[in-house]
Design a protein around this ligand. Structure first.
Ligand code: 26V
Length: 825
């Protein structure tokens, strides 16, 4: 798969064209006469790919030579989206490429949209990893991402008769952004047994893990260009294949062809598909295999790189920082301990101190059903040596706790890595805490909850300094400049250029223009144009016309009960019932609305699928109601993903971030919407709280109960008399009476509120939710005040760049510094 030989560092339009055409004619073997958009995309992408690889090589050589401490970001998910637009922007040659493509008869937008999303993630956690890669490269940190090269990313969603249907996302047909490294292959062991013996010469007990099955991990490298810097970092994704090449030749030669093919397929299964669960742990063996496969390959790679430097082992934590994106890579902790003790022969305690000083762990949820646990029998079977190591880690830890808190024996059972259930379970979050030197949450409230709920005992054991907060952020390159170029350019016109994309705090200078007539007008026009673009997209994909002058109210995120799309759709039904009661004259006076939803439900999450079904059922009735017309439209956008977010985000007037207080660790789309000049309605949850502090409470619509009251409210649902809010009761009545068809299939949704304790407190928050939407309607009527709020909010969003996050991680957790790229050596 050599895509052409001599890479040229083009800098002019003509040089770019020559490179693109060369790729079209040679790599693709297509004639320019039948060059369609797909071919033009491929040629452009390959030309930029060559550029990136030149920078990548220089960066890696520079890093090898300087050998600074490096960061390794371990994440099972990297939700990258499209790469071409980002590559052109970061390299700084987008305008040149645009002219070149235009010479060839193409429009840039059409070419860029040929690319498939790299959708190797579920939602916020995976997209955060992608934003972090962008920031680490842009800030010149010597950093690598490590992940899995799934053949199938998150499924493609189709809505058929109002129901979600999942289609496999085979995305690798043509992927110019990866470089297979067939020479970088690591053999990974599973199953087998542990043999212990006494080494006569050292008098030490030695453990050997043997007789396992081997699967090979092959590296695929994805270049990560920084914005306006020569630094091009690496994302290394592992792909699984049968060891010993395509077939097991022994079996093959002995005539057992079928079983050798079966072995090959079994090996390839490991990296075949991304698990589509978000916030729900299901303990599947294949998922555990993925985790170990990826951790073991990554650690082997990291250790091999360290060993080349010939430094002493105690230097390891001064050379290597490994960040665990949630508990998914927690097996890296016993794996590093195994490498150091069993293979490199270090003493347990020395090895353990290296391990602890190397790892940092980021927690992304406090919801109990999302906290990973693996059964002891499964671990025993799949990773027998790791289970022993986990038991030894636990023993040492519990002895320490016992010595330190001799009067609190009941604490031991609570903090043990092993849950004494049937079967016994390994609590991965506890292992991650014990094996790391820092643990962080992703927004202030969330980090407080981490300290006071799930890891309370550990704060007592280790002291408060081990636990910290790094509030999430987003990359302004993709989420402002790429998604909303006109807004970015408007800001640049006032700030004297686009430097704010590298230092987002500069946005505060925008506030000076909040009363500037021309600025306000342009700001409004941009928002309107973005809404027109989304309206066109809705028309093209769904055939529904929406009025771009209406208030666009958007909730796009994974469908989950805790995120409360059901609260939103109940509110929409309430609005519909209210409109129906009005006279035509009254109706004309209300603020027209388009309620837009988008998001995927985990395939096995039945209640989330019911929510999607209800939204579509409501849309069908409301959108066809002639009496209602433009006063209300309800849209469910199919297959929400990163590239669609780039169209949707800039088009919102209001977006919804309405999780039950205390459940949404941070949220990151809240930041994207405000940065793009939309306001938000939200609960006091996750990063909404810090967004409020930054932009001012007059510029956000907060409602609902507080996290501190959630426990009591839940309790009250079971032990006090339940009175349903009249408005919500009317909504339920309409659903039950079949206003949206199919009453049967919505009973479970209604009953979860009325009969099953309303765990997500929909009824408790409904009234203030509806009241707050009334305030929004009113506020939108006076456009002048509305624009003031929007501009003020944008100008105060500087804090939420992922560059700030990365600097905080680097300083507080990793202790790494940027490495200046040697420009043109
Ligand atoms: C958990 C699990 C459990 C095991 C099976 C598969 C699976 C897949 C993903 C997850 C992740 C759950 C945690 C998560 O996604 N948290 C989100 O992280 C975002 C970035 O910090 C944050 O903005 C969201 O609020 C938070 O829900």
């Amino acid at each position: 798969e050599a895509y052409g030989q001599s890479a040229k560092e083009f800098t002019t339009k003509d040089e770019f064209e020559a490179e693109a055409v060369k790729h079209i004619e040679t790599t693709l073997a297509r004639s320019l006469f039948n060059c369609d958009e797909a071919a033009a995309y491929a040629g452009t992408a390959l030309a930029f790919r060559d550029r990136l690889i030149i920078e990548w090589n220089k960066t890696q050589q520079n890093q090898t030579f300087a050998n600074p401490k490096r960061v390794y970001y371990l994440s099972l998910e990297f939700l990258m989206g499209r790469a071409l637009d980002n590559a052109m922007l970061n390299v700084g040659l987008k305008d040149i490429a645009k002219e070149g493509l235009s010479d060839l008869g193409f429009r840039m937008e059409d070419i860029v949209s040929q690319e498939r999303d790299a959708a190797l993630g579920n939602g916020g956690l995976g997209r955060l990893a992608a934003c972090f890669l962008d920031s680490m490269a842009s800030l010149n940190y010597p950093a690598w991402g490590y992940g899995l090269r799934y053949k199938y990313g998150i499924f493609k969603q189709e809505i058929i008769d109002g129901y979600q249907v999942e289609i496999p996302d085979y995305w690798l047909d043509f992927n110019p952004w990866e470089f297979p490294r067939h020479d970088v292959a690591v053999d990974i062991q599973f199953y087998g047994n542990v043999r212990k013996y006494m080494d006569e010469s050292t008098g030490k007990q030695v453990s050997v893990w043997e007789n396992g099955e081997i699967v090979t991990a092959v590296a695929f490298d994805v270049p990560i260009p920084g914005y306006q810097t020569a630094t091009t970092n690496n994302l290394r994704l592992w792909s699984s294949k049968a060891s010993g090449g395509e077939f097991d030749f022994q079996k093959f030669n002995s005539g057992d062809y079928e079983s050798s093919v079966a072995d090959q397929q079994r090996a390839e299964t490991i990296s075949a598909v991304l698990y589509p669960n978000d916030n729900l742990d299901r303990g599947k063996e294949l998922r555990l295999k993925q985790q170990y496969f990826w951790c073991a390959a990554s650690l082997f790679d990291i250790v091999r790189r360290f060993k080349k430097s010939k430094k002493a082992w105690k230097e390891f934590p001064s050379q290597v920082a490994i960040q665990l994106n949630d508990t998914h890579p927690t097996l890296a902790i016993p794996e590093l301990q195994r490498i150091l003790v069993d293979i490199e022969g270090l003493e347990w305690d020395e090895a353990w101190s290296i391990v602890q000083n190397t790892f940092g762990y980021t927690n992304h949820t406090v919801m109990p059903e999302a906290l990973e646990k693996w059964s002891v029998p499964l671990l025993q079977y799949l990773l027998p040596r790791h289970l022993q190591i986990i038991y030894d880690i636990n023993l040492n830890f519990l002895q320490y706790v016992e010595r330190t808190f001799p009067k609190e024996r009941e604490m031991l059972g609570r903090v043990s890595i092993i849950e004494e259930s049937q079967p016994k379970m390994v609590r991965m979050a506890y292992l991650a805490v014990i094996g790391s030197h820092k643990v962080n949450g992703v927004a202030e409230l969330h980090s407080d909850l981490v300290r006071t709920t799930i890891f309370k005992d550990f704060v007592k054991i280790y002291g408060p300094d081990k636990f910290t907060n790094v509030t999430n952020g987003i990359t302004p390159r993709r989420w402002l400049h790429q998604a909303n170029p006109r807004l970015s350019d408007l800001i640049a016109s006032k700030l004297g250029g686009h430097d704010f994309l590298k230092d987002l705090t500069m946005l505060n200078q925008v506030e000076k223009y909040v009363d500037d007539k021309a600025f306000r007008k342009e700001f409004q026009e941009i928002k309107y144009a973005n809404k027109v673009r989304l309206a066109k997209y809705i028309k093209d994909t769904m055939g529904v016309s929406v009025n771009p002058a209406a208030l666009f109210d958007i909730q796009v995120k994974r469908i989950h009960e805790y995120k409360r799309q059901q609260l939103n759709i109940f509110g929409v039904i309430h609005r519909y019932l209210t409109l129906k009661k009005m006279s035509p004259e009254e109706r004309k006076k209300v603020t027209p609305r388009v309620s837009i939803f988008g998001g995927k439900a985990a395939p096995g999450y039945w209640q989330a699928k019911n929510i999607i079904h209800l939204i579509n059922a409501v849309g069908k009735v409301v959108n066809a109601d002639k009496e209602i017309g433009d006063a209300l439209k309800v849209i469910f956008l199919e297959d929400y993903n990163v590239s669609k977010a780039e169209i949707i985000t800039p088009a919102s007037d209001i977006s919804e971030h309405i999780s039950t207080a205390g459940t949404e660790a941070s949220g990151t789309s809240n930041m994207k919407f405000v940065l793009n000049g939309g306001l938000i309605i939200g609960t006091c949850d996750g990063a909404n709280i810090e967004i409020t502090r930054e932009i001012g409470e007059q510029n956000i619509f907060l409602f609902g109960n507080l996290a501190e009251d959630v426990e009591d409210l839940r309790h009250a649902h079971f032990y006090s008399e339940f009175h349903l809010d009249d408005d919500l009761a009317a909504v339920f009545k309409a659903i039950r009476e079949g206003m949206f068809g199919d009453a049967e299939s919505f009973t479970a949704l209604v009953n979860s509120v009325t009969d099953h304790g309303d765990y997500y407190l929909v009824s408790d928050d409904f009234h203030s939710y509806v009241e707050t939407h009334k305030l929004i309607d009113e506020a939108y009527q006076s456009q002048e005040e509305w624009v003031t709020k929007c501009i003020t909010a944008v100008s105060r969003m500087g804090f939420f760049t992922s560059d700030r996050c990365i600097d905080e991680y680097a300083e507080m957790i990793w202790n790494v510094e940027p490495l200046n790229p040697k420009v043109n050596g």
